[in-house]
Structures are given as C-alpha cells and as structure tokens.
Design a protein around this ligand. Sequence first.
Ligand code: PLP
Length: 392
Amino acid sequence: MLAERTKKIKPSATLAVDSRAKELKAKGMDVINFGVGEPDFDTPEHIKEAAIKAIKDGFTKYTPVGGIDELKEAIIEKLERDNGLKYEKANILVSCGAKHSLYNIAQALFGPGDEVIIPAPYWVSYPDQVLLNDAKPVIVETTEDNDFMLSVEILKENITSRTKAIILNSPSNPTGFIYTKKALEEIAEIALKHNLYIISDEIYEKLIYDGGKHISIASLSEEVKNKTIVVNGLSKSHAMTGWRIGYAAGPEEIIKTMTKIQSQSTSNPTSIAQKAAVAALRGPQNCVAEMRQEFEKRRDHLVKELNSIPGISCKMPKGAFYAFPNIEKILGKNGINSSMDLSIYLLEKALVAVVPGSAFGAEGYIRISYATSMENLSKGINRIRKALEELR
Ligand code: PLP
C-alpha cells in the first residue's frame, strides 16, 4: 500500500525519545528530560510583540512562496554581518524551519544513483532525507581524537564518480564540536576538486563557547561559496523552535529550484512568524548572548560532573547545547550492551531521558542535552550516577 521509499526511513529518534519522556511525565512520573533539542528559554518579548503586531495589522495572508522581501533582506544583512557572505534576494529561500530547508535541498539535488557523504555522528535527519529522495547516504566515520571532524583521508576514500554532495554541521548536533578553519579549508579543497556540493548546516552558529568564533565554509572563497548551500534558522539562536523559520542561501539556480519545490508543497512559511523573524534578526541581539552565557555555565557544570562518574568520559564540547559522553566502559555490564540499552536503563531506572549514540550513527556514546535548568542538570546527573553505581 505504502510507497517503497517510506520503508527505507525511520521516525526521528530524538523526537521519539522526547515523546516517550513526555508520555511518562504525563503519567505523573518525575522524568528529567535530557533528550530535548530545543532551548528551554522563552522566545524574547520583542519578537513575540512583532508577531502580535502582525496579527493585529492583518498580516495573515499568503506571502510570496520563498518569504517576504523584508525577511530576505534581514537575512542578507545577517549573513554579511556575521559571516562575511554577500548574497542577493535570488540566493535566499525562507522555509518552515531549517529541517525544511534541508529537505528542499535534498529534493532539488538528489536522485537515484547519487551518493551523499555524511560524517558520523550525524544529525538524525540527514540520512533519511537523502533516502527519501532515492539517493544513497554514505556514512563516514570521524573520531573523538580528531574532535569528530571529518578527516580528508576518509573523505577522499569515500568519494566516487557518483558522489554529489557532502553535508557538514558545525557546531555539531550531537557532538557539540566545531570545525577548525584549517579542517574546513582542506574539505573545501577536496570538494572543489571533485565538483561536490557542500551543504553547510550552521543552525548552532550562535552557540559557541570559550570565546570561539563560527566560520562558515562558504566564506573561504567565492569558488567555495558557489558550491555551498548555507542552512541556518532562528530555532536555536532565538529560542524560536515552534515558529518554524529556517533559511537557505546558495547558488541562484538551486534556490530557484528549491522555491519551485516549496511552491508545490508547503507554500510560504507562516506570515506572522516571518514578521517575528525580521524582529529577531534586526532587533537587539543581547538576548542571544544571554542565552549563550547561560548555556556555557551549564555546559561547564555538566561536563565536570559527567567526568566524575566512573565509566564515563566526556570531552568538553565547544558549541551547541549537547554533551556527547563516551560510555564504552559501561557497555558489557549487567546486560547493557549498547547505547540504546543504556538509554532505556536510564529512562526506566533513573527516570532520565538521554538519546543513544546509535541514533546518530555513533555507538558507544549518549547525547545529553543541557537545554534544561541547572537544577534539572544536577538532579539528573545524580540520578545517572546512582543508576550506574548499581551496575557494578
Ligand atoms: N539541523 C540541526 C543540526 C538540528 O539539530 C536541527 C534541530 O534539531 C535542525 C537542523 C532543524 O531545526 P529547525 O527545523 O527547527 O530550524
């Protein structure tokens, strides 16, 4: 009955953990949810006000499919200001979240026979979006020793005549690591040599710690920019996950094709959310810095505590709001043989929801989101510590 392609994919594992935790919570159980992929902060007030004004002004109708000019202009200003990237409106498409931007890219570029290189650990939706377009995800390994950055040797080994693109995510969900300029330069050089597109998911750009700075691979040179589609959005930077605004910036022909696809699927992103996004991009940015500072404090606390638990080792992540501890030393104890077993054990025994590394193509790890209060972090860590002590 159902189309063949639907059999190749699975529901988003992170959303599945999140909904299982919410289900237990709804039953009255005191679950600490470290599975979430969204800031726990409220959307800043001036952004909400802009949306309320849009409703009151009657800005509640269809807009141009690819987003209103005002928002495209605000995005162009942002990309120039923050990333040193110069684009025209024809290079921008606003979609219903960065996930939708990525899906439009996959639809526009990938088809049967195409191969797409995805470094693991990867964000859960990349392989499935490739599969949904009848192309082949080529999952390539990275190592903790190399801060989970794709090495050029591995990249070269995996390029074939069918390789069409490579998907990069920096800062990364789930590892929290970021690519260095040198690593980006090396990857870009190989991509250009083999005529590959680079899809650069930069949604966590605003969450970088220790004074680090985000570098967009597209900013390395005009040549690289011409082969790159930059993806970004407001969900993580401005605590706007529910508003569903993401965008892509890239070569005109690709953006035009993505817009055509969007015109036959969702049409425009919500008119009101677009006005809110303009306020987010053009308004005061201190809210972004404040959230980042709070995340940084939580990261420091969480990672220190995790490393004090026997069997767990956790490198200090540099961005996003995830820690990705290594749990290999715990595996093999009391029938816990995989990151999934451990996640189930922690949910049932300690009432703490975490996401197994296997969901991101990385066995031997779990992902802990620190997009939750300091109090919840302390409580959850203590529960994990206790539950793991019982394994010995
Ligand atoms: N890319 C990455 C790496 C993410 O973690 C997420 C959300 O979890 C997204 C893209 C999608 O964000 P949104 O569709 O809310 O803009």
